[in-house]
Design a protein around this ligand. Structure first.
Ligand code: NI
Ligand code: MN
Length: 225
């Protein structure tokens, strides 16, 4: 099972022979200029919410790959208006896909599309299918709802924002890791903008002090999990 980082909150997970791409935002990201957005493959594209830093390349990649877009109902309507035909609308709750069960769960954030269209509620995903169970919180502050996650699944790893300002910072993400009872965290949503620049060593140290591992992936890097 592989995790590939495309910068900011965009990553791909390859599991069970399927490629899951999350929150495609690559071409406007100066830090990700070495990534060839036209070479990214996907079977499914999961979108946490409608902000530009999560959907910039959504329509183009969905059309090119034919991947199924899985997102809030309102985001699915938005991509369908732009000619994307393979899409599965959700609201908060579970669904059994061909790859297994997926929960779309709340996040404390906001969600509006780049053109001002309503994006529905922002969320995160809990993946039960595939080789390993993982949780991607999406953009969110620390929230009590995360304490429900261990009731649903024993996580192998989780992907959490650590950049602060718009989301959790490292201190909050350490508490989140406790809430979800997971010791292996991949940090995202850092360094892209001025407000979310972080000290990598200090951030990792905070997790280490709590007996947890934080991976801060490099853009373009693939990690075996
Ligand atoms: Ni956002
Ligand atoms: Mn964001």
């Amino acid at each position: 099972m592989n995790f590939t980082y495309y910068g900011h909150a965009c990553f791909a997970i390859e599991t069970g022979g399927k490629k899951f791409l999350f929150d495609p935002f690559i071409s406007p990201n100066e830090l990700a200029k070495d990534i060839d957005v036209n070479a990214i493959e996907a079977d499914y594209i999961l979108v946490s919410h409608g902000h530009g830093d999560h959907v910039a390349d959504l329509v183009s990649i969905a059309k090119r790959t034919g991947a199924m877009v899985i997102a809030a109902y309102e985001i699915v309507e938005w991509v369908q208006k732009q000619g994307v035909t393979n899409a599965h609308p959700m609201n908060f709750g579970p669904y059994n896909f061909d790859f297994g069960k997926l929960h779309f769960l709340p996040a404390w954030h906001s969600s509006v599309m780049p053109d001002g269209a309503y994006g529905g509620n922002p969320g995160g995903f809990l993946m039960h299918g595939g080789e390993k169970k993982f949780y991607y919180s999406g953009d969110t502050c620390l929230m009590m709802d995360m304490q429900l996650i261990p009731r649903y699944a024993k996580l192998d790893f989780a992907i959490l924002p650590v950049g602060g300002n718009f989301t959790m910072d490292a201190d909050d993400a350490v508490i989140a890791a406790d809430f979800i009872q997971c010791d292996k965290i991949i940090g995202i949503h850092f360094d892209t903008f001025g407000y979310i620049k972080i000290d990598h060593d200090k951030t990792k140290e905070k997790f280490k002090a709590a007996g947890k591992e934080l991976i801060l992936p490099k853009i373009g890097e693939t990690i075996e999990l």
